[in-house]
Write a protein that binds this ligand. Sequence first.
Ligand SMILES: [Cu+2]
Length: 180
Amino acid sequence: MEESKQVHEEKLEIDRYERTYMILAAAMLGVFFAALVAGAIIYGVHLPTAVGFINPILIDETEFANPGLRDMGDNHYELYVVAQMWNYDAGTTESTAAGFPVLHLPQGAVVTFNVTSRDVQHGFYVEHHNVNLQILPGHIASQTITFSEPGTYHVICHEYCGRGHQTMGMVLIVDRATGA
Ligand SMILES: [Cu+2]
């Protein structure tokens, strides 16, 4: 008995719903990718990356030797902060009852934060503003924002940095513009 050779032809059958969800999932990936590209190119959204490198041992020989607020004129300020276990050195002697350093800024101040770490990884998060920096020893993190609303804004370390982490903070007080 001889059997004819059969050509095995099989068509891949995909369930209607499965096909729909595959197409939807692929389309969503496309949308997300397009949103990323549009955000970066049209809106200029970039993740804050290190703007410079620094030897953490030699911090006191750099612009971070005298941390604090520098008035650059025209309501622009440069703020140099050294993060260390477990406080921010922002060159201010004023502090809250809880011991957090206090810095005053005028309403409308355009502030460039320059932050580095003396020891381990820290965070630098400014309440109600788009500042969320990872502070690594050897790196200088930077971000510029405008304080348009008067108020009291807390800065907290939001990267666990050791047993005193929860005590690491700072307070920015934006004073209402006078004569307004
Ligand atoms: Cu911390």
